[in-house]
Design a protein around this ligand. Structure first.
Ligand code: SAH
Ligand code: SF4
Ligand code: F3S
Length: 462
């Protein structure tokens, strides 16, 4: 047992949150203890994201703070792990604050690197040189072992966790850095995934979210058969204790789409929720993004989803200000959002990522001002739709899986000591805030909706 303490910060997407949970378990297994206080930690690890410049800037400014902390406590070890470590490699290692640079493929060795760094005080870097080459068998096995030995129970939200279905991505959307930091697409063996979910269920996990950058393209061939995501959903549904199953993110393509939606319609445990980013409503821009569909084709996919799964909640992502996006292109995006009637969508301002096709071949023509303006306009269009959809819940009773105390004080607060504000989500990912006992965290509850806002439903325990 060593008595060193570790503080871990996580800046990325769900994949990265899952990696953070795995790294946490690995370090605990190696005898480290976790601390919430960065100032007192012997080791500070930052798990990072490269998807937009802003995400990286936040990490760099944090490293600036750590440099100051290190001036008074030079013995602390600082490690940057994840996507930004892979992207920047030795450039990051040169930063005064940084001792360890460890890419997403190398995280199974993280405990080893930290121990070494504490003992020997020398800088360590471990990233993949030719990231778009097929991941070696050895690396895949190491990742698989790491993943299955250390069951990720994300302690932040009781009784729910992410489960990786796939690693990497092969879509090569021209704006996106993910394929260059996460490597080629690999589907995990279904047996390993199902075993893992069973173990998680034994620990009380009720909701699992299967992860993949284009999770609907999950495909794994054994000597007996080829498994698709629908098969995984079916097998996961049979596991006792698992009550809800979600999967993100879906790529708008026909492959396996009907099978997956049929599984959603037929299997009560599979939540009626689809996160299916469109990115743009202009065919010209979609083509330049290397998204292999048109706006019409995309809307057809949504119609099909609503046909097969009535009441399905759909969420989307958009990038505004992609190179060459004119006002006309943008208005086509607005029109798509109006037709799609998303429950909610995430809107991002285009950020050129070094090494991607868009950054190398296309000029970032849309000014920051115009990007901002389009972002605000699109958000307003979506907000109106979200508000209308939220209002349909008024007076209805919904089932939520309770996450815990709600972070923000909300308007309907009733400051009763034993009934603080709790937050939960419906199967369709609607956020619900209500007063109730904290013992409900991690449990299902019925809430009657009495008030709504575009992104939050408010109610009373039924
Ligand atoms: N694999 C998922 C999401 C990956 S990144 C998918 O394909 O849907 C999450 C979101 O970030 C993307 O959907 C996209 O909307 C946005 N994004 C990716 N690269 C970006 C960039 N260079 N600038 C701005 N937004 C970007
Ligand atoms: Fe990036 Fe496209 Fe892959 Fe999503 S599907 S991770 S946007 S390359
Ligand atoms: Fe996720 Fe960001 Fe990496 S979106 S996969 S943490 S680049």
């Amino acid at each position: 047992m060593n008595s060193k303490t570790v503080h871990i910060k996580s800046f990325g997407c769900q994949m990265t949150k899952l990696d953070t949970a795995l790294v946490t378990s690995a370090l605990k297994e190696a005898g480290f203890s976790l601390t919430g206080s960065e100032k007192e930690a012997d080791v500070v690890l930052i798990n990072t994201c490269s998807v937009r410049r802003h995400a990286e800037q936040r990490v760099l400014s944090h490293l600036g703070n750590l440099k100051h902390i290190k001036q008074s406590r030079p013995e602390i070890v600082v490690g940057v792990i994840g996507c930004m470590a892979q992207r920047l490699g030795s450039e990051l290692l040169e930063h005064d604050a940084v001792d360890i640079v460890c890419g997403p493929t190398q995280i199974p060795q993280i405990a080893e690197f930290v121990t070494q760094s504490l003992q020997e005080k020398k800088k360590t870097i471990a990233i993949t040189e030719k990231i778009r080459r097929q991941t070696s068998k050895k690396q895949t096995l190491a990742l698989e072992k790491f993943e299955s030995v250390f069951d990720a129970d994300d302690r932040q939200i009781p009784n729910q966790t992410f489960v990786r279905a796939m690693r990497g991505c092969n879509n090569l959307c021209t704006y996106c850095i993910v394929p260059y930091v996460r490597g080629p697409e690999i589907s995990r063996p279904p047996a390993a995934i199902i075993e893992q979910i069973k173990r998680l269920a034994d620990k009380g996990v009720k909701l699992i979210t299967l992860l993949g950058q284009a999770v609907n393209s999950y495909k794994y061939t054994t000597c007996e058969k080829t498994y698709c995501l629908a098969d995984l959903l079916q097998m996961a549904s049979e596991i006792e204790g698992i009550e809800w199953i979600r999967f993100v993110t879906s790529y708008p393509a026909e492959k396996f789409y009907s099978e997956i939606l049929k599984a959603m319609a037929d299997l009560p445990k599979v939540c009626n929720y689809l996160h299916i980013p469109a990115q743009s409503g202009s065919d010209k821009i979609l083509k330049a993004m290397n998204r292999n569909y048109t706006a019409d084709k995309y809307l057809e996919l949504l119609d099909k989803a609503r046909d097969i799964v009535p009441g399905i909640a759909i969420a989307g992502d958009f990038i505004v200000g992609f190179p060459g996006e004119t006002e006309k292109d943008f208005q086509q995006t607005v029109s798509l959002v109006q037709k799609a009637r998303y429950k909610n969508c995430f809107i991002f301002k285009y950020s050129p990522r070094p090494g991607t096709t868009a950054e190398e071949k296309l000029q970032d023509t849309v000014s920051t001002e115009v990007k901002k303006k389009r972002n605000i306009e699109l958000l307003a269009v979506q907000e109106k739709i979200s508000d209308e959809l939220s209002k349909e819940f008024l007076g209805k009773t919904v089932v939520v899986l309770v996450e815990g105390l709600s972070k923000k004080p909300h308007l309907n607060a009733k400051n009763g000591e034993n009934r603080p504000q709790l937050v939960g989500r419906t199967a369709t990912d609607c956020i619900v805030v209500f007063n109730g006992p904290t013992s409900l965290a991690g449990q299902f509850a019925k809430v009657k909706i009495t008030k709504t806002s575009p992104l939050t439903l408010f109610g009373e325990l039924a």
